[in-house]
Design a protein around this ligand. Structure first.
Ligand SMILES: Cc1cc2nc3c(=O)[nH]c(=O)nc-3n(C[C@H](O)[C@H](O)[C@H](O)COP(=O)(O)OP(=O)(O)OC[C@H]3O[C@@H](n4cnc5c(N)ncnc54)[C@H](O)[C@@H]3O)c2cc1C
Length: 617
């Protein structure tokens, strides 16, 4: 029987990160994944990043993750979303060539000596008397000191297209045994989750002259910090924008009884924030116009992915509604849309390292934890993989604060609550989004990565970056620009209040509302002939711009934090006369140990929080 330090089950986005970060600690890793599915494959929209998610990819990148590297190499269209809004909510999004992404993921994994890829299906997992995990697959038996489960949508997976139901984790893939079969000690949630995907359309059957073109943006920075900022690795192509209309939504509404989601066939709950086209038709009966982004799946693939119209309606209905869209009148469907239902783990049974509270050494990450999305999966994979490794080498765990990272927000949200729908990240989930931006991800993640004590090219770069950042922050505070400087004249605006007539520090200059802080700082540094890394300039400029708001938010956070870390006796609360029956039920189920955890429980009323807080004050 072969023994490994860490066995990762599942070669999706969570498994990939878990295996690679574990390997960076020099441990012996097995990545056991079903045959027939490439590592890091993208069953749904082949894109990486997006609002809230671009931040996760950059956090991952600074922590040593691989998603950014792969997305850059397979990127075929780059965009910065929310460009017209504030810097805090801007996010990068990269359309990827899904074939190439998986090829790159395979190659990167094969290049790491201490990762062994085993293409077998796991059938059973048990714990030996010595505390190791014995993993039985279709072809072998393996022992792991730690095990990380990243099995995605495969646990008892069932696919639906119209009335047709088949066992499977995704299109043309078999399902995994359910979690109870895999591991009798684990409780799966009684509810099942559901996700879906749209029909794929032949690229030559679309009339692009009726669609709005969205070319790739040259200015969007690559995700990986060691890649040249704007180098593109492969040719770039456009995505396209179409719209739904009354005829299309009418077809869907007329076929309600054939919809597995609306005729009772599907019991699993889908993500509210990623609705199928059926959800849009029935939840918003008065709205007929929705965006449909028509996006290539790869440079050499014939399929186009129509984002926004995932469906599990019968094939003939999908054909009808797709062809009612302007530009898609002659659309040829190559793969029909479907929905998949699957089991998820109860994440309230996990701790902040994503280790199962009752089964030490067993970690869960990715869609199996009830999240949806590649980035969410990857973020959890890195946390589980790092913590399994840190635990093996006897180091302190990696716990990211929600005040400092979107990954931290996600983990805390997940473990604090039994979720009743798939969890997705978006910027509104963070209380501190002015600070947790894409541009300062290195600043936020560096202290955590530095704790790993690794000495790679990445670590060297991050250390250098932080050094430059600190120097430039100081220059901004200390460098004064005199009132008669040419520089001030050039930066002055047209109106009276935009005239710069007094001596001013660079920091104060960057806060002037009419000035773009990034170009202003570039101009100033050029003027003084100072050279800095362009990423550092951007991050410093935005940090200075938001400085005042961030300080205020920090002060508020400190106050809240004091209260949040307050220890609770949940057993006392569960019998309190001042707390409603419903809240007491939730408290008994989640067993919060701190005020912070209590606050995050869905359905806990402000009145309950007030009762508990009053005891502390
Ligand atoms: C139909 C569909 C639609 C989706 N729609 C969206 C969407 O609109 N938006 C979005 O953000 N995300 C969507 N997703 C989700 C996205 O694919 C996942 O969030 C992401 O891939 C999850 O990553 P993961 O690593 O957790 O799991 P996966 O990427 O699913 O990887 C799981 C891996 O585990 C392996 N595995 C499973 N069981 C076993 C076993 N017993 N033995 C060995 N290996 C096993 C599988 O082979 C697979 O490689 C969709 C997924 C599907 C299937």
């Amino acid at each position: 029987m072969k023994t490994f330090d860490i066995i990762v089950v599942g070669g999706g986005h969570a498994g990939l990160e878990a295996a690679h970060i574990g390997a960076q600690f020099g441990l012996n890793i097995a990545l056991i994944t079903m045959p027939g599915i490439g590592i890091g494959s993208a069953p749904c929209n082949p894109s990486v990043g997006g609002v809230g998610k671009g931040q996760v990819v950059r956090e991952l990148d600074a922590l040593g993750g691989v998603m950014g590297i792969l997305a850059d190499k397979a990127g075929i269209q780059f965009r910065t979303l929310n460009e017209s809004k504030g810097f805090a909510v801007q996010s990068s999004r990269v359309q990827i060539d899904k074939e190439l992404y998986s090829i790159e993921a395979e190659a990167l994994t094969a290049s790491v000596e201490n990762i062994t890829v085993i293409r077998e299906k796991v059938l059973n997992i048990s714990k030996t008397d010595s505390g190791e995990f014995q993993i039985t697959t279709t072809d072998g038996l393996y022992l792991g000191k730690k095990t990380i489960m990243t099995v995605g949508t495969f646990l008892g997976g069932k696919l639906h297209t119209g009335q047709t139901q088949t066992q499977g984790g995704r299109f043309e893939c078999e399902s995994s045994p359910s979690l109870d079969t895999l591991f009798s000690q684990i409780k799966t949630r009684p509810a099942r989750f559901k996700t879906g995907t749209p029909p794929r359309i032949h690229k030559d059957s679309i009339d692009y002259s009726k669609l709005v073109e969205q070319p790739s943006d040259e200015q969007t920075r690559n995700f990986h910090c060691l890649h040249d900022s704007h180098k593109r690795f492969i040719p770039q192509v456009s995505c396209w924008l179409a719209h739904t209309n009354g005829t299309m939504m009418g077809i869907i509404r007329d076929n309600k009884e054939k919809s597995p989601m609306y005729n009772g066939q599907i019991q699993g709950v889908g993500a509210r924030y990623c609705p199928s086209i059926e959800d849009k038709a029935f939840r918003y009966p008065d709205k007929n116009i929705h965006h449909v982004f028509i996006e290539p799946e790869g440079l050499n693939l014939d399929t186009m992915y129509p984002s926004g119209i995932s469906s599990s309606l019968p094939k003939e209905v999908q054909e009808d509604f797709v062809r009612s869209v302007e530009g898609l009148e002659n659309a040829k469907i190559l793969v029909y849309g479907y929905a998949v239902e699957y089991d998820v783990v109860d994440t309230t049974a996990l701790n902040q390292t994503l280790e199962h509270q009752e089964i030490p050494g067993l970690y869960f990450a990715g869609q199996v934890n009830g999240t949806s999305g590649y980035e969410e999966a990857a973020g959890q994979g890195l946390i589980a993989g790092t913590n399994a490794a840190l635990s093996l080498i006897g180091a302190s765990p990696l716990i990211l604060s929600r005040h400092e990272s979107y990954i931290g927000v996600m983990i805390e949200d997940l473990i604090s609550n039994t979720r009743d729908e798939p969890y997705r990240l978006f910027t509104a989930r963070s209380e501190n989004r002015l600070f947790i931006r894409e541009d300062n991800s290195i600043l936020r993640m560096y202290p955590y990565r530095a704790q790993f004590g690794l000495n790679t090219q990445l670590d060297f770069y991050l250390g250098h970056y932080i050094g430059e950042y600190e120097i430039l922050m100081e220059i901004c505070d200390n460098q004064m620009i005199s009132e008669d400087s040419e520089l001030l004249k050039n930066l002055s605006g047209e109106s009276d209040h935009q005239k710069l007539i007094k001596r001013i520090s660079v920091t104060d200059l960057l806060r002037q509302g009419w000035l773009n802080p990034i170009t202003t700082l570039e101009i100033i540094l050029n003027f003084y002939e100072m050279n800095f890394n362009s990423d550092v300039i951007k991050s410093v400029a935005i940090s200075k711009k938001y400085d005042g708001y961030i300080k205020r938010s920090d002060a508020q956070f400190d106050k809240v934090k004091k209260l949040e870390t307050m220890k609770l006796n949940w057993e006392e609360l569960a019998v309190s006369k001042n707390i409603s029956f419903e809240c007491k039920q939730r408290i008994t189920r989640i067993k919060p140990e701190t005020f912070g955890q209590l606050k995050l429980i869905e359905g806990i009323r402000p009145a309950t929080l007030a009762v508990v807080a009053a005891r502390a004050l």
